[in-house]
Design a protein around this ligand. Structure first.
Ligand SMILES: Cc1ncc(COP(=O)(O)O)c(C=O)c1O
Length: 397
């Protein structure tokens, strides 16, 4: 049976207590009741309010052509929420279908020029963005891809050393998808700006677990998406922050009506919207917008500082336990150089991940990482101890 259509805004989600009680907050994640969940770096656990929002989305479907204003309000709202989360303005946000597409729209608007044609990036970046930056070689860029100095940390020194007047773009992950290594970004951004280069940060593995203030950070572009540490329930939504001055110097190569300054005038000639909005193209995935809303609100309400503090405390416990078991740490030990993921060396990580999964514990692995475990702020100390207990008997084949 189709539920009655609604046009009214979705009611506010219950606010968490001011100083967050993560044990109480845990009750709002059905996934955490069912699984011992250490896989937020892959897909965040489901949040109860997201299901309410998705029910609302289903009811809007019955509105058909009357739905547009309702959906446009939700789309505006998610831009405002992303902006609030990273201390930007709503017009500084361009929504996109995924992080690669967001990167692609920025890349396409940037041109190499004689004497300034290098893109500096790293081999720790997410493969999809690596393909994207590598393929800019056919547009006249020269690509320099730097490796980790020790196989664990982001190559901050090498990035700084590689930056000179020939560099147009430094495109780098704030947090590596492989092992959660975090870049000391400020140094790299300062060096890039001193040399006249722009910095594009992939913050997908940081957003929601590492506080991001774009004013303080000074990055020119920050790209992130919703289904990991922001608890978006489905894929299909990402965003790019673009610093206002830069955005307004750039003309999108592939514009669309959502990036028009007066989208609903249906003007036949493109006039770029102010700020980053100009990088939007056609209709967004509205279902993904509804699926993302509650998680972004939660991050704002709880505060990413508190989330980070709790996640680090749990990571420290996991690392101390792994040290005691003699398991090699595959993530930088320094707190300033890791985000929410801890990697541990085990024999045959695929086997260990499968055996743990069969025992109700979600972890995963990527080539060369050992097993990857996310410390979600609503994990419990007992769960850390349980996973360590399982690893004690399984880590060596
Ligand atoms: C660092 C990083 N960037 C980007 C992505 C996803 O990119 P996309 O939204 O294009 O699928 C991931 C997903 O795992 C990631 O870890």
């Amino acid at each position: 049976m189709i539920a009655p259509p609604i046009a009214a805004p979705v009611p506010a989600a219950p606010a968490p207590p001011p100083a967050c009680d993560f044990r109480a907050l845990r009750a709002r994640f059905p996934t955490l009741a069912e699984r011992t969940y250490f896989a937020t770096h892959c897909f965040g656990p489901l949040l109860d309010a997201t299901l309410t929002d998705l029910d609302e989305y289903r009811r809007t479907l019955a509105l058909r052509n009357r739905v547009i204003d309702v959906w446009l309000e939700r789309v505006d709202e998610i831009r405002r929420l992303f902006a609030q989360l990273i201390h930007a303005g709503p017009d500084d946000i361009a929504l996109g279908g995924n992080a690669t597409a967001c990167h692609g729209n920025i890349a396409a608007a940037l041109q190499p020029s004689p004497g300034r044609n290098r893109i500096v990036t790293t081999s720790l970046d997410f493969p999809s963005t690596r393909y994207l930056w590598q393929s800019q070689a056919r547009r006249g860029f020269e690509i320099v891809e730097l490796a980790s100095p020790d196989g664990l940390a982001m190559p901050a020194d090498a990035l700084v050393d590689a930056i000179d007047d020939s560099v147009a773009i430094v495109a780098v992950a704030l947090v590596a998808y492989t092992n959660g290594a975090m870049l000391r970004a400020r140094r790299v951004i300062d060096a890039a700006h001193a040399a006249g280069a722009i910095v594009v940060l992939d913050a997908y593995q940081a957003i929601g677990v590492v506080p991001i203030d774009v004013q303080e950070l000074g990055a020119d572009v920050v790209v992130a998406g919703t289904h990991k540490w922001l608890h978006g329930a489905s894929a299909g939504l990402a965003f790019a922050y673009v610093e206002r001055g830069l955005a307004e110097r750039l003309t999108p190569a592939y514009p669309g009506w959502f990036g028009h300054s007066e989208m609903l005038t249906f003007d036949g000639r493109y006039a770029p919207a102010p700020g980053a909005r100009r990088f939007e193209q056609g209709s967004p995935s509205v279902e993904a917008v509804y699926a993302a809303r509650a998680g972004v609100r939660l991050a704002i309400d709880v505060g990413v500082d508190a989330i980070r503090a709790r996640s680090l405390a749990l990571s420290d416990r996991l690392i101390a336990g792994a040290d005691a078991l003699g398991l090699p740490l595959g993530t930088p030990r320094d707190r300033a150089e890791r985000a929410g993921v801890v990697c541990l060396g085990v024999d045959d990580p695929g086997r260990v991940a499968r055996e743990l999964r069969d025992r109700g514990i979600d972890v995963d692995t990527r080539p060369g990482t050992g097993i990857r475990l996310s410390c979600h702020p609503c994990n419990l100390e007992d769960e850390i101890d349980r996973v360590l207990g399982e690893l004690a008997s399984r880590a060596r084949s």
